[in-house]
Design a protein around this ligand. Structure first.
Ligand SMILES: Nc1ncnc2c1ncn2[C@@H]1O[C@H](COP(=O)(O)OP(=O)(O)OP(=O)(O)O)[C@@H](O)[C@H]1O
Length: 264
């Protein structure tokens, strides 16, 4: 392996109310962009939360051997609770001070250079998402987890969100991104983790997985592995738009998981 894992999960299981939502997940997260894909409710957010330490595994272990520095880990949750009454710049400045970063440079990086003086509650949903990404990457963390960064964004914005993730991962940074936007996965991901009902159904370099499964792109890979028969694989849009494209009833139903499947 040319790349040193930045983080590693071994046999991680997470249950809620006794129901496993992640089952025996073992994974090495390496520098570059790792896309975490899968149907609604398959455990993507839970996996990212476990990866960054936002949730404790019920069993198994999460390690961060390669996550170092003053702020080793950055995380964009699905919903970012910004405090109202502060401008975008003030919001970033609060966190930037803690890690010695420059809020204006952070705004520029994400393309929000002109929005620094606007209050967070006056930003569009997409701009808030971008601000969340800027906040997650403050302090140059070695491991960044972005939970649906392109959710609800227009085509230009979603591209910008993913590009920011890719640029970040240029060096030694490991970026794990959950997404339903499979076109962006094709464009930007080095590796893919495909979850199905809380288990890793496929994982590895995107090119290798496509070749192994005889798939032309991430969308086809998804169909082959998830076994989706409906014509509507997750849509081009992420989040709300993508959710509408998701029609695998068993996977989409919250809290329902077949736990006997083991194709790890
Ligand atoms: N805090 C929680 N309490 C109870 N159940 C939870 C909790 N968090 C997640 N779950 C359940 O765990 C399962 C996996 O949820 P998760 O959000 O990780 O899936 P996901 O793949 O990110 O879904 P989506 O694509 O819809 O965002 C779901 O059935 C969800 O209802």
């Amino acid at each position: 392996m040319p790349d040193e894992p930045v983080a590693a999960l071994s046999e991680v299981t997470r249950t809620y109310g006794g129901v496993p939502v992640l089952e025996s997940v073992s994974l090495a997260v390496e520098p570059g962009v790792t896309a975490v894909i899968g149907p609604n409710g398959s455990g993507k957010s839970t996996l990212l939360r476990a990866l960054v330490g936002a949730t404790e595994p019920t069993a198994g272990e999460v390690r961060h051997p390669g996550a170092t520095g003053p702020k080793p880990i950055g995380y964009l949750p699905q919903r970012v609770p910004f405090r109202e009454g502060f401008t975008a710049r003030e919001t970033l400045a609060f966190y930037a001070r803690l890690v010695g970063d420059d809020p204006d440079a952070a705004l520029e990086r994400i393309g929000l250079g002109d929005a620094g003086d606007r209050r967070v509650e006056a930003l569009s949903g997409g701009m808030r998402r971008l601000l969340g990404i800027a906040q997650a990457v403050l302090g140059d963390p070695s491991l960044v987890a972005l939970d649906e960064p392109a959710s609800g964004l227009d085509p230009g914005m979603r591209e910008r969100a993913f590009r920011a993730a890719t640029e970040l991962a240029d060096g030694d940074t490991a970026v794990a991104v959950s997404s339903h936007a499979l076109d962006l996965v094709d464009e930007h991901a080095d590796r893919v983790v495909l979850l199905r009902r809380g288990e890793v159904a496929a994982a590895g370099p995107l090119d290798r997985l496509l070749e192994e499964r005889g798939a032309a792109d991430a969308r086809e890979l998804y169909r082959v592995v998830v076994g989706e028969t409906s014509a509507s694989a997750p849509g081009e849009g992420d989040g709300a738009g993508g959710d509408e494209g998701e029609r695998d009833a068993g996977d989409a139903e919250p809290g329902v998981h077949v736990t006997g499947v083991s194709d790890r």
